[in-house]
Design a protein around this ligand. Structure first.
Ligand code: IMP
Length: 427
């Protein structure tokens, strides 16, 4: 049975939630292995559900959902999300496991995130304010607090108290901010311990059990490859690895056990927050796309920046992840847009380049080279390849020929029905 990684191929918000939700019906296990409550995976069933921490398989009965050691977990957000899905009638009993090694996000991480952003002034990253950077920084500095630390009362008090004091000193000394009340925080950690305990376990062992039992496993990426801490548009990136390396590093899954890597590629590009965006559209066109694509952050509500499809970036992203297929999302949003532009080269000074820049200044300096393709009237409503207008088919063919990666899934709307699998079932 296959192991399938679903990876964001742009700057996040590609529509991974729908793809995972769709494939989950055939899976035994869905794993979230990096990121935190900065993610917002939207799933449309009878109602709209936005998941930040829970794997997108959670709405499908019986499927096991794992939150692995590479995630940074805001316990308040987790508890709220658990309550919200239970209120929808979802039975979580024995289905959701949170790794003992997963690092915690404290309220003070979120305060530090906000203070650091303020201090960056004009160079602010535009983070989601979910405490992601500070939590990963504490993890890398090896004084973070993990889920397992909560379970023993002495260890909980020691580890949480120490990190809280460290944050309080930073907040006061560097940012001249008062930390929240220490006693109330310590009381909260007791509540976290009681509430999280029934969900805790060893997700790495569970994943390997599932591999041994030949179950179908979906590795659900959060954010997108161009936000990768090492390969993305640093410093305008997140603090984890949204590439296929995410689960390899954090879940102990050997690379050769991953059978396919589906890159989720929106038919155009968006980005939230600051940072280079070579194919960003003029604001007039962006407004049309933003409004028809509902391009507002599902975590923060911020309007997303919109741009043309960047095939130079897509090709590199496919190489880095070893993408075996694309899931193209939101094709319908380009209906009626004229002309349709697609970036097939970068100009850097006097040179044409096909690699993504390594330096931050080069990222800023790069100019996109566009090809204009014929537009089409209406792809929305298509449910078979033959129903997609010829010009839209050509657009999809261009993606395949330029990147060398076949299209496995086309999404033309938020609902599960608005999906075409041109090469048949993926799993
Ligand atoms: P952070 O991950 O909150 O630290 O934010 C760092 C950068 O990543 C900012 O530009 C955010 O807008 C962006 N980012 C983080 N998570 C997501 C996501 O799930 N979708 C889109 N952008 C994200």
């Amino acid at each position: 049975m296959p192991v399938v990684a679903i990876i964001g191929a742009q700057w996040g918000d590609e529509g991974k939630g729908k793809v995972v939700d769709l494939l989950a019906a055939k899976a035994g296990v869905v794993v979230r292995s990096q990121g935190g409550a900065n993610a917002g995976h939207t799933i449309i069933r009878q109602q709209k559900v936005i998941l930040h921490l829970l794997p997108s398989g959670i709405l499908t009965p019986k499927i096991k959902c794992l939150i692995g050691p590479g995630v940074v977990l805001d316990p308040d957000a987790f508890i709220e999300e658990v309550k919200a899905v239970e209120a929808l009638g979802v039975d979580l009993k024995g289905r959701l496991t949170l790794d003992l090694r997963t690092h915690l996000v404290f309220p003070t991480h979120k305060l530090l995130d906000a203070c650091q952003e303020r201090a960056r002034g004009k160079e602010m990253i535009g983070t989601t304010s979910r405490g992601i950077g500070p939590a990963y920084a504490d993890k890398a500095a090896r004084h973070g607090v993990r889920v397992g630390d909560l379970l023993d009362s002495r260890q909980r008090k020691k580890a949480c108290g120490k990190l809280f004091d460290n944050h309080a000193a930073l907040l006061k000394g560097v940012f001249h901010e008062e930390a929240p009340d220490r006693a109330a925080f310590m009381e909260k950690t007791e509540f976290w311990a009681e509430t999280l305990k029934p969900f805790t376990g060893d997700t790495v062992a569970l994943l390997h059990d599932a591999l041994d039992r030949n179950q179908t496993i979906i590795l659900e990426g959060a954010q997108g490859t161009l936000l990768d801490l090492d390969l993305g548009t640093y410093p305008f990136v997140t603090s984890s690895h949204p590439t296929v390396a995410g689960p390899i590093v954090a879940m102990g899954i050997p690379p050769q056990r991953i059978d396919s890597v589906i890159g989720v590629l929106k038919a155009y590009c968006t980005r939230v927050g600051s940072g280079p965006f070579p194919t960003e559209m003029d604001e007039k066109t962006a407004k049309i796309v933003r409004s028809s694509g509902g391009e507002f952050g599902s975590t923060t509500g911020r309007p997303r920046r919109c741009g043309w499809l960047d095939l130079v970036a897509a090709k590199q992203v496919a190489r880095w992840n070893g993408c075996t297929g694309w899931a193209i999302t939101k094709l319908d949003v380009l209906d009626n847009l004229e002309p349709i532009k697609v970036c097939t080269g970068y100009r850097l000074g006097r040179r044409n380049v096909q690699n993504l820049p390594a330096g931050a200044d080069q990222w800023e300096a790069v100019k996109p080279l566009y090809e204009e393709l014929p537009s089409w009237k209406k792809s929305a409503g298509a449910r078979r390849w033959e129903d997609i207008p010829k010009a839209a088919q050509n657009y999809l063919a261009k993606i395949e020929s330029f990147t060398g990666v076949p299209i496995e899934l086309i999404s033309l709307g938020a609902s599960q029905e608005a999906t075409i699998l041109p090469r048949g079932e993926i799993i």
